[in-house]
Design a binder for this molecule. Structure first.
Ligand SMILES: Cc1ncc(COP(=O)(O)O)c(C=O)c1O
Length: 440
């Protein structure tokens, strides 16, 4: 630990109190540091790329609230937008101009989206998009990919059954086996695994939902032709394609992965960046499909706080800054600089480390010289070694996501000196990793 870091006594005390009244002491499981051990840091404040914990320790943050804070913490324009919106009231349960403005911008930016509906989380977005796909196609089954995360709706907490081409089985207790059976689990980057389901369940599959660049089980890259092949295959069989761009939307390009590669999914889901750090999700797509939602159509979907005016203004301010600062070339530049500085400082592969990066999203695979092409194929040693790297980084003022399966986020607030400092610490941490063969 660097001399300037204090022992996390206040975090420990708060964690103890939290555990008495909140299950596991946290409101979302991965925050509990279960994957890396130790005490989660309770955060007092953030500014730019920095967070400060309750003990006064400062960290350069690469978790960034798991992705939303593309502009950094407490960006003045976002805070101004929130303050001026909040003075007018926090919620009306009636339409406001703010949601029209954000919807107009979103539809302008994202080609495949003619119409959009706002919700309050990514989970709600994917759940609603899937209900819409089922209602539109009048079919019940869905396909997801092993290792892709789409929020915590029952039928999305499912893993492959015994061998592909069978029904899925629940990954969480509380999910009825019958519900899990409506989900078929395919292998990412394998069109054959999807094809087999279409052959075995003819005219029964409503949609395929995919993280087009999976970023919840490491960061996995799509092989050439996989995503377009998936769209073609679905359409050939009368099914819809949903790109879940909750992480990648407004992050890898202003129109997400769809925009980056010029693809046209039928529906898309968003969250994170679009709320500027407030609870917002959205789903949208082809107008003909979107018109099937109530009050126009028969697919019910609703929300007391959906399109909340304060959250809409935070999202709008975020998109306006992204637009005015030529953000996406900046983000690519910073991501590329970070990667090249690190690769200059250390030959990752010599230490059993591989790195994937797409623009400002990065991931270290600590289980070998190459990142896998299937998110369910990450070597178990990777997580054990990540624990070491994570704590080395934390003790030296670099805050990474507390799980080796999660990605890191660079944003517009990370300057050159922040990236340099992170490279120094990470290269040192990688040098100290136990050899692959010794990691449990
Ligand atoms: C790709 C993807 N979809 C959906 C979700 C669920 O979003 P939320 O946590 O806002 O419910 C997440 C959350 O990380 C995600 O990464």
């Amino acid at each position: 630990m660097t001399a300037s870091m204090k022992s996390p006594e206040k975090s420990e005390s708060l964690f103890k109190r939290a555990q008495a009244v909140i299950p596991g002491g946290v409101d979302s499981p991965v925050r509990a540091f279960g994957g890396v051990g130790g005490t989660p840091r309770f955060i007092a404040k953030g500014e730019g790329c920095q967070i400060v914990d309750v003990d006064g320790n400062k960290y350069i943050d690469f978790c960034m609230s798991w992705g939303p804070l593309i502009l950094g913490h407490a960006h003045p324009k976002v805070i101004d937008a929130i303050q001026s919106a909040i003075k007018k009231g926090t919620s009306f349960g009636a339409p406001t101009e703010a949601e029209v403005l954000l919807a107009e911008k979103l539809c302008r930016w994202v080609g495949p989206v003619d119409q959009v509906r706002f919700v309050s989380s990514g989970t709600e977005a994917t759940m609603s998009a899937i209900r819409l796909a089922r209602g539109y196609t009048e079919r019940d089954l869905i396909i997801k990919f092993a290792g892709c995360y789409h929020g915590h709706a029952d039928y999305l907490l499912v893993q492959a059954g015994s061998g592909l081409a069978t029904f899925g089985t629940p990954t969480s207790s509380g999910v009825p086996a019958d519900v899990a059976k409506s989900t078929l689990v395919a292998k990412y980057n394998s069109l054959d695994s999807v094809k087999t389901y279409f052959e075995n369940f003819k005219d029964q599959i409503a949609c395929v939902i995919v993280e087009p660049i999976p970023a919840n089980s490491g960061l996995i890259l799509p092989e050439q032709g996989f995503l377009q092949g998936l769209i073609d295959l679905c359409h050939e069989h009368g099914a819809l394609v949903i790109f879940d761009e909750v992480i990648t939307g407004f992050r890898v390009s202003r129109a997400g992965v769809a925009g980056k590669y010029g693809l046209t999914p039928d529906l898309m889901t968003f969250g994170k960046v679009i709320g500027g750090g407030l609870p917002v999700g959205a789903f949208g797509g082809n107008k003909k499909i979107m018109q099937k939602i109530a009050p126009l159509g028969s697919v019910y979907q609703a929300g007391t706080l959906s399109g909340n005016p304060v959250a809409m203004m935070a999202g709008l301010a975020t998109l306006e800054v992204l637009e005015s600062e030529n953000a996406y070339s900046q983000l690519e530049k910073r991501g590329a600089a970070f990667e090249s500085m690190l690769r200059e400082a250390i030959t990752l592969e010599d230490h059993g480390v591989a790195m994937n990066r797409v623009g400002s999203i990065f991931w270290f695979c600590l289980g070998g010289k190459q990142c896998p092409t299937d998110p369910s194929a990450i070597a178990p040693q990777s997580a054990a070694r990540y624990r070491e790297l994570f704590h080395h980084a934390l003790d030296n003022g670099i805050y990474l996501a507390p799980s080796g399966f999660e990605v890191g986020f660079i944003g517009l607030a990370h300057g050159e000196s922040d990236l340099k400092r992170a490279v120094e610490v990470l290269a040192d941490g990688i040098r100290r990793l136990p050899p692959l063969e010794q990691s449990a």
